[in-house]
Design a binder for this molecule. Structure first.
Ligand code: PLP
Length: 449
């Protein structure tokens, strides 16, 4: 190893970064972060970045949050990990107890894993096996929404429908039924998100009529299709879907990995529609963005379908080495305590109004900002070539990526989704920090467009 090399140069010698064309790093080398505090990250050179994307949506309550730090440190000197089959520990038990009060009603059984994709895989297998063990071995397929994203492992990728991530791998994937998702910005029915009756739901009805008999479950990202470009659809759609699933005996899996823990203005996106799924996937915000942990939560009804004498062969033989990791549980418990003791949602609601006003004032009239949409603190700006026709930019121009680069110069981590720029900040962001972030964002946009 050559000691004269910078850390960034050494990084490129060894590291294959996620979701990256590594050749891009020739012009935009990896940024070495030394430490973080609240919404800020600091480079080794001391440069400040506002983490407006919550480091891939997981940082919920700021970097190096003193209370979460303390929770993990305390656990660290007690127990770092223990096999979770037949063994347990206080942190996991207390966490489930607390989560039960927080998550949608009726979800009482918690199956731990260590990342979002794993939580989705677990949900799919659970749904499949549930149907099998309750007299429906013919129900083998999954329904999902177009433009959905549920992670990168083979099962999760199969129920995801973003061609960008999945198309190449199609021959490896399981066959699913795709229901065309609501597309509120470019609504084919000429309706508007805030007032429509979800006419587009007829697409789901059609798909259920044709395929529901062979389907064990439908999986959705409730209200917000994050990776698709922060596409937002009305709660009514979710209510209709809950009813339709019940009607056809199809389980509803809510992937709240991105939307959970206050991101959408309520604790969970399902709360907007006042529904409970049969299976709920949690991850990203669960540990405040500290440690990789995920939970697949389900109902007692589903749990009971697996509960039998061992030799009946009904057990859910699904496991991950790091299931229920005590450090992760300690971080998640600290997050729970913060939610209990501090008015996190109320503050986030005020900040939402403020951010909404600031972004609207700054960018609503911009000729290339087609729509500014938001749910909770999550705000997305869809960049278009033509605002009247909503014609998108050619993806090859990489407008979003160009703005991302400029924003980094300005001290804002604004990693886009294609040509959709978005803010999804830690819920504890202040008005002053919002001001700075909006100013930096506008400067970056104006430099490129
Ligand atoms: C991030 C995400 C996942 C995947 O989680 P990983 O921890 O990255 O595997 C699944 N579903 C949704 C909705 C997500 O946002």
């Amino acid at each position: 190893m050559n000691p004269a090399k910078t850390l960034a140069e050494k990084d490129l010698e060894y590291i294959w970064h996620p979701c990256s064309q590594m050749k891009d790093y020739e012009t935009l080398p990896p940024i070495v972060i030394d430490h973080g505090k609240g919404v800020y990250l600091y480079g080794e050179d001391g440069k400040e970045y506002i983490d407006i994307v919550s480091s891939w949506w997981c940082n919920l309550l700021g970097h190096c949050n003193p209370e979460i730090n303390a929770g993990i440190k305390e656990q660290l000197d007690r127990l770092e990990h223990v096999i979770f089959a037949n063994f347990t520990h206080e942190g996991a038990i207390r966490l489930c107890e607390q989560l039960t009060e927080m998550i949608p009603k009726g979800l009482t059984k918690f199956n731990f894993s260590d990342n979002g994709s794993a939580a989705v895989e677990c949900a799919l297998k659970m749904a499949f096996q549930y149907q099998y063990q309750t007299g429906h071995p013919e129900r083998t397929r999954f329904l999902c929404l177009s433009e959905g994203y549920h992670g990168e492992t083979v099962g999760a990728l199969s129920v995801g429908t973003l061609d960008l991530y999945a198309k190449l791998y199609r021959p490896m994937l399981i066959d699913t039924v795709r229901v065309p998702a609501p597309d509120c910005y470019r609504c084919a029915y000429g309706e508007c998100r805030d007032s429509c009756q979800c006419q587009c739901f007829e697409q789901a009805e059609k798909a259920f009529e044709q395929y529901a008999k062979e389907a064990c479950a439908m999986i959705v990202e409730p209200l917000l299709q994050g990776s698709a470009g922060m596409r937002i659809y009305p709660p009514l759609y979710l209510q209709k879907l809950r009813r339709l699933c019940d009607e056809y005996g199809v389980l509803l899996i809510a992937d709240e990995i991105a939307t959970g823990f206050g991101r959408t203005g309520k604790l969970f996106a399902c709360d907007h529609a006042d529904i409970s799924p049969d299976i709920l996937c949690l991850s990203k915000g669960l540990t405040g963005g500290y440690l990789p942990m995920a939970i697949t939560v389900t109902t007692d009804r589903i749990y009971q379908a697996f509960y039998a004498d061992y030799n009946e062969g009904k057990a859910f033989l699904h496991s991950h080495t790091y299931s229920g990791n005590p450090l992760g549980c300690a971080a998640a418990l600290a997050v729970q305590n913060i939610f209990r003791q501090q008015p996190i949602l109320k503050n986030a609601e005020q900040r939402t109004r403020y951010l909404n006003r600031r972004l609207s004032e700054a960018l609503e009239e911009h000729p290339n900002v087609g729509e500014i949409r938001h749910i909770g603190l999550i705000h997305a700006m869809e960049l278009v070539q033509n605002k009247q026709t909503k014609q998108p930019f050619d993806p090859k121009e990489r407008m979003g990526y160009q703005i991302y680069q400029k924003a980094l110069d300005e001290g804002l981590l604004l990693r886009p989704l294609g040509n959709v720029l978005y803010f999804n900040p830690p819920l504890v962001i202040t008005e002053e920090e919002i001001d700075k972030a909006v100013d930096r964002c506008v400067t970056a946009i104006n430099q490129v467009l």
